[in-house]
Design a protein around this ligand. Structure first.
Ligand SMILES: Cc1cc2nc3c(=O)[nH]c(=O)nc-3n(C[C@H](O)[C@H](O)[C@H](O)COP(=O)(O)O)c2cc1C
Length: 281
């Protein structure tokens, strides 16, 4: 905390891949919502609400993918309807299916595209059609080239993994353990973020997710060195509880907590947030 500073408004805006956003946090991808939450929403209706509400509030939503081809198609439709402000997140299928889905992503005008590379370990994707699995650096290089828009590798937890994503030409990574859903005993993302930032932070955009639940949490992730964060499960609660209005109220809540934290720590722009603002153990 440091309030011996000029008394002026804080600026929470960020620019990522040439797009300006009001806040450094995004709604993360959540797929198969009807299966995991309730049949009140399907992936199609969920993404329609989430993508629009996020765009209207000056941020962007990542959308999930599923074995049902309709999920990616409708997510891309929602992104297209919202001027390309959304990030379709493609699962690590085989190359043929990836190329087909990239076609939909490109048609949507999405400003970026992601792949949850760690979904290779998700039990429900194993032995499914279309087939999904791990990707080598060489395969990832081809995927990055085919994407045609800035490509984000989601699910990096080690310096080694981050260096491989960089070698493949990814524009960004999301430091993520998929919410602890793909491998037991994984460390928390907050524990591995610093070393990853130190290794590749100058060369790539670094996003992080995992238990970020308040504006203060957003501030701490940025102080460690992330350029932005994803918040995932709370957006499901927001959509299920209040639709578009729920999402808007949730974004306002996180934003106001972030602004208060910045003001109390004496920083007036996102760029000014640094490790000096937190206690690193
Ligand atoms: C029910 C559920 C479904 C998910 N589906 C996807 C998905 O389709 N694609 C993806 O990249 N991540 C998916 N995730 C992982 C989230 O994007 C995120 O990495 C994780 O939940 C951690 O963030 P959080 O703690 O803010 O929720 C899913 C998570 C949950 C809980």
């Amino acid at each position: 905390m440091d309030t011996i500073c000029e008394n002026k408004d804080v600026d929470t805006s960020v620019s990522i891949f040439g797009k300006d956003f009001k806040y450094p946090f995004f709604a993360g991808p959540v797929g198969a919502v009807n299966l995991h939450y309730s049949e009140e929403y399907t992936d199609v209706t969920y993404n329609n609400v989430l993508v629009k509400a996020c765009k209207d509030m000056g941020i962007a939503a990542f959308t999930g993918d599923g074995v049902n081809p309709e999920v990616m198609k409708s997510a891309c439709d929602a992104v297209a309807k919202n001027n390309g402000i959304g990030v379709p997140t493609v699962k690590p299928w085989n190359m043929e299916v990836i190329k087909e889905k990239f076609g939909q992503v490109q048609e949507s005008g999405a400003f970026a595209c992601a792949m949850d590379i760690d979904a290779a370990g998700l039990p429900f994707l194993k032995n499914m059609t279309p087939p999904a699995g791990s990707k080598s650096v060489e395969e990832l290089k081809e995927i990055v080239k085919e994407a045609g828009v800035p490509f984000i590798v989601k699910g990096v937890m080690t310096v080694k993994g981050a260096l491989k994503a960089k070698e493949a030409g990814a524009a960004a990574i999301v430091v993520s353990n998929h919410g602890g859903r793909v491998l037991d005993q994984c460390p928390a993302t907050a524990e591995v973020l610093k070393d990853i930032v130190d290794a590749v932070g100058k060369d790539m955009t670094i996003l992080v997710d995992g238990g970020i639940r308040s504006g203060t949490d957003v501030f701490k992730a940025l102080a460690i060195g992330a350029d932005g964060v994803l918040i995932c499960r709370p957006f499901v609660t927001a959509v299920y509880g209040g639709g578009e209005e729920g999402v808007k109220i949730y974004i306002e809540k996180i934003a106001s907590e972030l602004k208060d934290t910045m003001a109390m720590c004496g920083v007036h722009s996102i760029k000014e947030i640094s490790r000096e603002n937190i206690t690193m153990l």
